[in-house]
Design a protein around this ligand. Sequence first.
Ligand code: PBG
Length: 300
Amino acid sequence: MFSYSQKLKSSQLIQPIFIEEGLKSPKIIKGLGQNYSHTLKSAKKMIESDLKRGVKNFIFFIVPKKKQSRPQNFDFHYKSLSNIKKKFGKRIIMIVDTCLCSITTDGHCGITHHNKINLKETHKSLGLAALTFINAGADIIAPSDMMKGTTKYLKSLFNKKKINTPIMSYSTKFFSSFYGPFRNAAKSSPKKFDRSSYQLPVNDRKKALQSSITNAKQGASFLMVKPGITSIDLIRDIKNKTKLPTGAYQVSGEYASLQYLSKHKLGDFKKLYKESLTAIHRAGANFIITYGARDIAKNL
Ligand code: PBG
């Protein structure tokens, strides 16, 4: 899956889908073109139309209404994912973003205690989430929390339960200002303190490589750099060191910046967008998570 080819192919693109509990109708996400916070019903309609437009791979972000300080209840996730998998079956690859930031009361990616992450509790909760998503039909689990040892924890949990669902790790994820539009949609802006204690500093190349290598050793099947354009110099090095398929997440702020250029008549969106994806592909990305997969899949 996600093999590299000389020319970028639609099978290498992954389209994000947001599903938010309690919505009466889909709500446009500011800055992200035709991306919506969906109801379950509108998400299914969107996926149906995306399939026609040549998109098969989806990453799901599920946003429950009720926040929990120690997340244990993933019922809304289960209901949404299983419903979608039942409808589409093998016609879609269902990747599920596995993080706590859309469900914790303080918007952090882990469970906090006195303004610090409690690792043990966080892993337990993420493990529960991952098993729930797999029961619902997830094809790939994508932990994006960036906590120490999450991949290792999930891998050993899966091994114990004889589960062989692959892990797509957000293995080199920077502390970045490019996540703005996403955080609005995922309702995941952190309160009280920022994410710099668990996301990577932009200036440290060694740490950035090491983070992916560590995740590979811990059992990830797919690696990723994030944001895309600001991290593409790392992709080939990560691949050479780990021999694993490595992709890039062209994040919300990157995609939105292209939308803004075109909105203000400072560039042609289609050309800007294609150029940005081509550069990420040239850098060696095996797959690209991108908000416009549906718009470009048939025009690559
Ligand atoms: C949450 C998560 C984030 C993104 C994907 N998963 C936000 C963050 O880390 O703050 C960002 C995606 C985007 O900006 O498009 N763990």
